[in-house]
Design a protein around this ligand. Structure first.
Ligand SMILES: Nc1ncnc2c1ncn2[C@@H]1O[C@H](COP(=O)(O)OP(=O)(O)O)[C@@H](O)[C@H]1O
Ligand SMILES: [Mg+2]
Length: 227
């Protein structure tokens, strides 16, 4: 049996609104093996982005445990102090590829330099970066700046950045949500193709049922919230 790349046990998260505590996620458990994909579904406000933020340490759970590639985190970050924050930061830099709805590129750097920077921060081979742009069919745009290419091309560059860091797990938050249908399908095809070639895990937040159907597992947060 494949050992779990990611395992999440009984995760809960609420936010404070005035004096009220608003529960967003409760009793979330899941397991993902390397090479597997999971679609995180649910209507707007159901907690998809919150769960992704918990899985990369940008939010802390109220309770529950997250284990990623043998690194175990619980809700006790405050008691662990800075060591917990540093462990999350190291994990994000080296092993977690995060993709957002809008590509998060440095505007004053070329596409290639953006990819190189990401590889360098992860301690990975910078000489392979041009090849990642080629594999995403934007090799000819390597010297362009982000504002000189289309939204779909920027999102391809964001994927090149993620794969150049050789991630163990990709966390993608509606990565095709701002693209037209045709471009969205092309970018999604690249994401699934490279994820499968590369053998990393993928968690994909989406409201798109077609996209979700391509994943190995599904977790429907809206269904959980209303049940
Ligand atoms: N930092 C925050 N403070 C207070 N409430 C938040 C915060 N982040 C998210 N929420 C609330 O949590 C719920 C889930 O939000 P989110 O995870 O962004 O949903 P989704 O990504 O599925 O649209 C929403 O009701 C949102 O208003
Ligand atoms: Mg969201």
């Amino acid at each position: 049996m494949n050992e779990a790349l990611l395992s999440v046990s009984r995760l809960a998260k609420s936010f404070q609104s005035g004096v009220e505590q608003i529960p967003v996620l409760s009793d979330i458990s899941l397991a993902l093996a390397a090479g597997e994909s999971l679609a995180l579904m649910g209507r707007s406000g159901s907690g998809k982005s919150t769960l992704l933020n918990l899985l990369c340490g940008l939010e802390l759970p109220d309770s529950g445990t997250i284990s990623i590639a043998g690194n175990v985190f619980d809700s006790g970050l405050t008691s662990n102090g800075h060591s917990g924050e540093r462990r999350w930061a190291d994990l994000r830099r080296q092993h977690l590829g995060v993709v957002f709805q809008e590509a998060n590129l440095m505007p004053a750097m070329s596409l290639l330099d953006n990819v190189r920077l990401r590889a360098k921060l992860a301690g990975k081979d910078e000489s392979a970066c041009a090849t990642w742009l080629d594999r995403l069919a934007i090799g000819s745009l390597a010297d362009r700046y982000p504002d000189q290419v289309s939204g779909g091309q920027r999102q391809r560059a964001a994927l090149a950045m993620v794969f150049a860091m050789e991630p163990a797990l990709i966390l993608a938050d509606e990565p095709t949500g701002s693209l037209d249908r045709l471009t969205a399908d092309e970018v999604a095809d690249e994401l699934f193709r490279l994820q499968s070639d590369f053998g990393c895990g993928l968690i994909l937040a989406t409201h798109d049922a077609e996209l979700a159907a391509r994943c190995d597992q599904r977790l429907d947060l809206a269904h959980r919230a209303s049940s």
